[in-house]
Design a protein. Structure first.
Length: 213
């Protein structure tokens, strides 16, 4: 049944076109990220007075953040294998989230919070370039990635898992002083907008292929 769904979807020209376009755009963005972030680290920005961080001792919780993010990511892969329609929504939503973060980070130059402990993620860090990133702040990519799953997942249980993981990671990046509070609070707002638009883009395929569900 799972293979049949993907076979049926692939037979639809609009699905193939949107899939190829999404993969190519995403690949281009990911290829440019190391250069963008290497440049970003050379930029000077503001240090915000953060009431929450001032009262929160910095603790290295990288392993917990890593487990939560990649655990939900694995769940997302499983659901995508089961449902090609979900893949359409998620890939375009992720493209919009990534693009919006590049814009917001460029427009809001910030220096890292006082007491920051570098976040070690052996799977994601290579995309950031040669050094650990400290200035990709507004808004939080770690928090937004999990909210993206929450907004895109269709099953209630999956949404609950993703939401709990997103809220927990939002707290943990503050515990590690990786982000300012405003970075975390802004993440679900921007992500919801991007996912809403991503679903609209994916809806183009569904309207063009009403016979496939």
């Amino acid at each position: 049944m799972k293979q049949s769904k993907w076979r049926e979807a692939w037979q639809q020209p609009v699905f193939r076109q949107m899939l190829v376009a999404g993969v190519l755009i995403l690949a281009a963005i990911l290829a440019a990220l190391p250069y963008f972030f290497d440049h970003l680290e050379q930029r000077n920005g503001m240090v915000l007075q953060d009431w929450v961080l001032e009262r929160l001792p910095a603790v290295n919780v990288s392993i917990f953040i890593f487990v939560l993010i990649w655990g939900v990511f694995v769940l997302g892969i499983v659901r995508i294998v089961q449902e090609p329609r979900l893949f359409q929504v998620m890939i375009w939503s992720y493209i919009l989230v990534t693009a919006s973060r590049l814009i917001s980070i460029s427009l809001v130059p910030l220096n890292p919070p006082v007491g920051l402990i570098s976040l070690v993620d052996p799977l994601a860090n290579p995309f950031y370039g040669k050094h650990f990133m400290t200035k990709d702040l507004f808004y939080s990519g770690h928090t937004s990635s999990l909210f993206l799953f929450f907004f895109c997942f269709e099953k209630k249980a999956d949404k609950i898992i993703a939401l709990l993981a997103a809220l927990t990671v939002g707290i943990l990046v503050l515990v590690q002083h990786v982000h300012y509070t405003i970075d975390v609070l802004a993440a679900p707002v921007f992500t919801w907008i991007c996912c809403y638009c991503g679903k609209k883009i994916a809806g183009v395929y569904q309207k063009a292929s009403p016979s496939w569900k």
